[in-house]
Design a protein around this ligand. Structure first.
Ligand code: LLP
Length: 385
């Protein structure tokens, strides 16, 4: 059982809720800062992982930028204190009004994914009397060893500009007056624990720089290698953060930079995942044919990852110390996929026990919804409880 939780206090809070260990968040941010500073790497936090205001403010206080994928994320980041020169806007389908939001706020860069998008940004910028800094998101066709729903850097995915189209896009940029080419951008997927994938990305970036950008003398100032570093869902207490030292060292070793080039990262999950836990209470224990069901008051509306990606989250009973048994831990929602874990070994569990669903700080609260007209989960912070 995990002893990091103030169980007595948490027991008094109405469930379900997200509990954030702010000390762990600070420790993680501080390690990222130290390791990235060794190489002057720039970090933009991927807001999509968790857009909770206090978390954004904490990330900002460490001097990182914000990587946004919607106009509302841009607005939320600015409201949380990120300065516009550290806000970037990516996404395969930016709506006109979102582009306007970015331009009105003079954000640092738009990561562009297609020629039609480039033309629209140019047109809107022209109308507004602005010039948009743009980076080209390139689909590097590098296979990341991860879940099929969260791999993004392959030709079959909808993301990015294909390698064979880059020259055409550069020609287009030369024709347009209100876009300014500043960078190239890559992202190969998420929850990547096999660091070889990042080595391969470096090799591909080097090839593209040599074969296309250097040849054309269109050398991008920014090389953005995206996010994707995975975390340990199995043992969150043993590995409360990934090996950032090793991660950044790979890019230092394998990426060949041109004079004056900056390296940017967009880390999401690895920053916030382990600091968040979904807390829930057991409503009923029901005897099934071959299993006990522990029916808890959190559902897939609070944390959708198990239902959507068959994702594993470690589940703990924080209040029972009885002999162990096996349970299917399920939520109250009218869907069979509303299940957090099958045959989970737990101490004997009963009504009112406090359950912790671990490693839920990334893509947890931010993906919560109101299916079945349920309330959205609250957030509780270790430093305010
Ligand atoms: N940059 C781009 C362009 C991205 O698409 C993503 C994530 C990131 C950065 C941040 O990646 P991270 O460091 O968090 O791996 N909802 C899914 C994950 C979707 C990831 C989408 N893109 C999940 O719960 O596993």
């Amino acid at each position: 059982m995990s002893s990091q939780f103030p169980i007595q206090k948490l027991n008094e809070v109405e469930t379900p809720f997200y509990y954030y260990n702010m000390q762990l968040l600070d420790d993680t941010l501080s390690v990222i800062q130290t390791e990235a500073n060794k190489y002057n790497y720039h970090i933009h936090y991927a807001v999509k992982a968790n857009a909770n205001k206090r978390i954004l403010e904490r990330v900002n206080s460490f001097g990182f930028g914000a990587d946004c994928v919607s106009g509302n994320e841009v607005t939320a980041s600015l409201a949380a204190g990120f300065t516009n020169d550290k806000v970037v806007f990516a996404g395969v389908g930016k709506a006109d009004k979102e582009i306007i939001t970015g331009l009105e706020n003079d954000i640092a860069c738009f990561n562009v994914e297609s020629i039609p998008e480039l033309e629209v940004i140019n047109e809107i910028a022209e109308r507004m009397g602005k010039t948009a800094n743009i980076a080209l998101r390139i689909n590097p066709n590098v296979k990341a060893n991860t879940h099929k729903y969260i791999t993004t850097g392959l030709e079959e995915n909808k993301f990015g500009i294909y390698i064979w189209d880059i020259e055409k896009v550069l020609d287009k940029i030369e024709e347009l007056n209100n876009v300014n080419f500043v960078g190239i951008h890559f992202h190969i997927g998420s929850q990547i624990n096999d660091l070889d994938s990042f080595k391969q990305l470096c090799t591909r970036v080097n090839e593209l720089q040599q074969d296309i950008f250097i040849k054309r003398r269109a050398i991008p100032k920014i090389v953005n290698v995206g996010g994707g570093l995975g975390i340990d869902y199995d043992n969150p207490d043993d590995n409360p953060m990934p090996d950032f030292e090793k991660f950044f060292a790979i890019f230092d070793e394998f990426l060949e930079l041109q004079e004056g080039q900056e390296v940017h990262f967009e880390l999401g999950r690895s920053v916030v995942c382990q600091c968040g836990t979904l807390m829930s209470k057991v409503l009923y224990v029901k005897e099934g044919v071959s299993t006990h069901f522990a029916i808890i008051d959190a559902g897939m509306s609070d944390l959708i990852r198990p239902a959507l990606y068959q994702a594993y989250h470690k589940i703990e009973n924080l209040t029972s110390t009885l002999e162990e048994d096996k349970y299917d831990v399920v939520g109250p929602i009218c869907e069979s996929s509303d299940c957090f874990g099958k045959a989970v070994t737990l101490p004997k569990t009963g009504r009112g026990d406090l359950m912790a669903i671990r490693s839920a700080g990334a893509y947890g609260e931010v993906m919560a919804n109101q299916y079945n007209l349920r309330e959205l989960p609250q957030a509780i912070y270790s430093d305010l409880i």
